[in-house]
Design a protein around this ligand. Sequence first.
Ligand code: S3P
Length: 463
Amino acid sequence: MPHSLTARRAKPLSGDINVPGDKSISHRALILGALATGRTVIDGLLASDDVMATARVLGQLGVPIRNNDGEWQVMGRGPGGLSLDHAQDDGSLGTTTPAERPVLDFGNSGTSARLMMGVLAAHDIKATLDGDSSLRKRPMGRVIEPLLEMGLQVGGNGPDNEEYRLPLVISGTASLVPIQYTLPVASAQVKSAVLLAGLHSAGRTSVIEPVPTRDHTERMIVHMGGEISVEDRNGGRLISIEGQQELTGRTITVPGDPSSAAFPIAAALIVPGSQIIVRNVLCNPLRSGLFETLREMGADIEYKNEIVSAGERVADISVSHCPLNGVTVPAGRAASMIDEYPVLAVIAARAKGQTVMRGLGELRVKESDRLATTLNGLRANGIEARIDGDDLIVEGSENIPGGGVVATELDHRIAMSFLVLGLGAEAAIAIDDARMISTSFPDFDKTMSRLGAEFDAGPAGRA
Ligand code: S3P
């Protein structure tokens, strides 16, 4: 995709589309497939830059991963079977030369880096973990701290200003100690890293999450024949896993990503007269906070043809444009829509009245400081908005002036959110860099054009 891209006011959007596979499930399918015994076959894998970062690193660790016309196959190495000593020279993804082996590069992908830290902690492997300039800014202490308790060692620079950041040199061990760990932040990445480490340790590892977060790791472990216990506890959950279990390679069909479906759905809600269907979308309740909020705002959104696939609920989502009202989104809902606030802010700009989104501190440590990038993008386009502590407040209006250039700060979701806003604005909206969109939604422009929304390359000729 080109550096800058411009979106102009669109005619009513219509059509029936699919969005790419769920990013969270795609990472987990590759990782758990690599740890299982036997072959895992994955249909609908999101072949985006982020997921390919996971695939490449697993390749460096000796896991053969192949793509046969969109059907991905992972040859599992079994428990504790990853190693930097396997040089793959069979044409499979992730082929390395000995000189390249020690650096594992996760690109822009926080999920790859954090989940793989849990896996690497349980292997007798020493490696340098690194990422791009956005990932290097993101906090890693939240994952490192529990893994240190389990036996991981961290070399290199250690914590910088009280925080661990990439690049980091880590040494894992085949004899991890199980722990009971209460998550200090609502993070499925941290939970998953501890559970993946726990899967290898000698004994029972438990994670207490005060607020439930996406549970794809737990569901997929069960789908692959593993045992994990999940108990509700004071509004949160206690999740326990016995170590040294063997998972079995399985077939996994990855449903469409609700975090990607959010963009065409937002576009349909912003552009009057629109009516669209997004097929085959994951509708796990721990990911559905945006849709719940949109219904409270008055949106006409329906789930149809619900099924269960690989332990996950999946449905077609139909959306018709209708007037929306501002609402207050409680902080307790943040975990179930953590990636959707930039696009909700954009929808809120077209709603009647004020929308207050509470408890968004975690947005400061995403691919960009999303509180700041969202606020700046709204203001650059004539929308009144402010941050109050950890809350974001957007004043809705019937007319979005537009005409701004949005700084995306290497953040795919900021890029897509403001292109969507441009479809309903008076004057065109440009984003400075569309390249990161391929980290999660490689065919975003083609998918949107199927609904009738075209984007122009470059900032030139804006209305
Ligand atoms: C993810 C968890 C979330 C989310 C990210 C994907 C996952 O991050 O923002 O895009 O796949 O577990 P946190 O765990 O940091 O909230």
